[in-house]
Design a protein around this ligand. Structure first.
Ligand code: L3W
Ligand code: SF4
Length: 442
C-alpha cells in the first residue's frame, strides 16, 4: 500500500478534534521546530525535502521561502491560499474538513520558519463549513498554548486568522488574493515584484497552498531528506489528487508521486476503472487549466513509456503531447462524453471569471465562448475551428496573470487532439443541435 503522509489518520474517528489529533502525534512538528530548530534550519529542511507548490505551479517551496525579503522592522506574512476553486479540484477542502489541525500545525511551523507573527488562511467564501471548522481548530490550538503569545514557552508569538474569500475564482491567483485580503477588488497585480518582496500591505509575504503548508509537518517530523526519498526525480513526496468524472471510485487520494497513471485509473486501490464498463476517452490531469489528453497519451508518452503521476512525466512531450500535474484535479471522460461541450463549458467558466483587466483575456475568453457555443449547437463552420486556435494563441502569454493561459490551453489542446469531434459538429449541424435540445439555454 502506498505511503501516506497527510491522510495517515483520515479514518480515525474524531481526528478533526484537537484531542484526537494530538493523541495521534499531532503538533510534534511544532514542538520540534520551535524548541530544537532555528527558523533557518526549518527552511533548510523544506529545501532538502524538494517539496514543490501543490496549488498548481509546482514552484519549489523552500526556494520561495528563501526569496522572502527581510528588511529590518517590517512585518512578514504567511498567507495560506485556501481559495480552492479550480474546476475538478477539491483536495484542499477535503483536508481542511477532515484534518484541519494538519493545516494549523503546518501554519505554525511555516510561520516560524518565515519569521511571521501574523498569518492568514484565505478560504474560498463558499466554504462556510470549512471556515467554521478552521476557526474552531485555531481556538483549540490557542487554548493548548500552540498559538498566541510565547508559544510553548519559546518566546515565539503567532496569531492565525481565517478570512472568507471574495467569491471569485480569480481571488485564488496569489496577488488577487492579497488585494482581496486587503479589502479591495481581487484584481491580479503585475509581477514582479513577487509577493516575497512586496505582498500583503506591501510587506514581504509568502503565499502557499493548503497542501504545501500541511506537507511541512511530515517534513519536519521525519526530516527533509526522508521526505525526498519518497517519489521520484524532482517530484518528491506525496500528492493529494481529487479524482472525478466517469470513474468507479471518484474521491480524494493521497498518492506517492511516481505512481503510473494507468494504475491510478484502473487499480482498485485508487479509482477502480471507468464507470459502467466504458472505455476511457480523455483525461484532464491537473484541474481545468491544463491541456486535455486523449486516453493513449495520458497512459503512455509518445516515446511509449508509461506516463507517471509526476511533474516531469505528465509534462513529457510539451504541449504537443503532454500536460501538467497542476493542482491534481484529475477528471476522466468516458467514450460517451462530448469534448466540444466540455471545452465550451470550461470556456464559459473562464469568461465568467476573467477579471477584465487585460483585453486578450477579457475579450478572447468571450469570443472563444461564443464560437464554441456556435459549434456545439451545430451552427459552426470549419473556419470557426481555426479562429478558436488563433484566438487561443493570441491570449497565451499575453496577459497579466495565468488565467489567460488557463483559458487558452484547454481550447488549443482539445482542438489539437480532438479536431475530428469539432469537425463532426460542423458537418452534422442538425444532429449536434438535436443532441443539445433542451440545453440551449446555457
Ligand atoms: C519570488 C521569483 N517568487 C515565482 C513564486 C510566485 C508564486 C509561485 C509560482 O499560478 C498556476 C497557474 C494556474 N521570486 C519567483 C517567485 N515565484 N518566481 O512562485 O508562480 P507562478 O506565477 O508560476 O504560478 P501562480 O501564479 O501561483 C498557479 C495553475 O496553477 N492551476 C490552477 C490552480 C488553481 C487552484 C485553486 O483553485 N486554488 O489551485 C492549475 O493548473 O493555471 O498556472 O507564488 O510568487 N523570481
Ligand atoms: Fe484579469 Fe484575465 Fe488579465 Fe488575469 S489574465 S488579470 S483574469 S483579465
Amino acid at each position: 500500500m502506498a505511503r501516506k503522509l497527510l491522510l495517515t489518520h483520515i479514518d480515525v474517528p474524531g481526528i478533526h478534534t484537537f484531542e484526537v489529533y494530538r493523541q495521534k502525534g499531532g503538533y510534534r512538528a511544532v514542538e520540534k521546530a520551535l524548541k530544537t530548530l532555528t527558523p533557518e534550519e526549518v527552511v533548510e529542511e523544506v529545501k532538502k525535502s524538494g517539496l514543490r507548490g501543490r496549488g498548481g505551479a509546482g514552484f519549489p517551496t523552500g526556494m520561495k521561502w528563501s526569496f522572502l525579503a527581510k528588511p529590518e522592522g517590517v512585518p512578514r506574512y504567511l498567507v495560506c491560499n485556501a481559495d480552492e476553486s479550480e474546476p475538478g479540484t477539491f483536495k484542499d477542502r477535503y483536508l481542511m474538513t477532515h484534518i484541519p489541525h494538519a493545516l494549523i500545525e503546518g501554519m505554525i511551523v511555516s510561520s516560524y520558519a518565515l519569521g511571521a507573527n501574523t498569518s492568514y488562511i484565505y478560504v474560498r467564501g463558499e466554504m462556510m463549513p470549512q471556515i467554521r471548522i478552521l476557526e474552531r481548530a485555531i481556538a483549540e490550538a490557542k487554548n493548548a498554548g500552540l498559538l498566541g503569545k510565547n508559544i510553548l514557552g519559546t518566546g515565539y508569538d503567532l496569531e492565525v486568522y481565517v478570512q472568507p474569500g471574495g467569491g471569485a475564482y480569480i481571488c485564488g491567483e496569489e496577488t488577487a488574493l492579497l488585494e482581496s485580503l486587503e479589502g479591495k477588488r481581487g484584481n491580479p497585480r503585475i509581477k514582479p515584484p513577487f509577493p516575497a518582496v512586496s505582498g500583503l500591505y506591501n510587506c514581504p509575504t509568502v503565499v502557499n497552498n493548503v497542501e504545501s503548508i500541511a506537507a511541512t509537518v511530515p517534513i519536519i517530523n521525519d526530516g527533509g531528506e526522508e521526505y525526498a526519498k519518497i517519489g521520484i526525480e524532482r517530484s518528491t513526496g506525496t500528492k493529494l489528487i481529487s479524482a472525478g468524472g466517469n470513474l468507479n471510485k471518484p474521491g480524494v487520494y493521497e498518492i506517492e508521486l511516481g505512481l503510473p497513471v494507468e494504475e491510478f485509473i484502473y487499480s482498485d486501490a485508487y479509482c477502480g476503472g471507468i464507470a459502467n464498463g466504458k472505455r476511457l476517452k480523455a483525461v484532464v490531469a491537473g484541474g481545468s487549466s491544463v491541456p486535455i489528453l486523449p486516453a493513449n497519451l495520458i497512459l503512455k508518452t509518445l516515446k511509449g513509456e508509461p506516463r507517471l503521476m509526476t511533474y516531469e512525466s505528465l509534462a513529457d512531450g510539451g504541449f504537443q503531447s503532454g500536460t501538467m500535474l497542476g493542482s491534481g484535479g484529475f477528471i476522466a471522460y468516458d467514450e460517451d462524453q462530448c469534448i466540444v461541450r466540455n471545452t465550451w463549458n470550461f470556456t464559459r467558466f473562464y469568461h465568467h471569471e476573467s477579471c477584465g483587466q487585460c483585453s486578450p483575456c477579457r475579450e478572447g475568453t468571450g469570443w472563444m465562448e461564443k464560437v464554441l457555443h456556435k459549434i456545439e449547437h451545430g451552427h459552426g463552420s470549419f473556419s470557426d475551428i481555426d479562429l478558436l486556435v488563433d484566438v487561443a494563441k493570441k491570449i497565451e502569454g499575453n496577459t497579466i496573470c495565468p488565467l489567460g493561459d488557463a483559458a487558452a490551453w484547454p481550447v488549443a489542446s482539445a482542438i489539437r487532439h480532438f479536431r475530428d469531434e469539432f469537425e463532426w459538429h460542423v458537418t452534422n449541424g442538425q444532429e449536434a443541435q438535436a443532441r443539445n435540445y433542451g440545453l440551449a439555454h446555457y
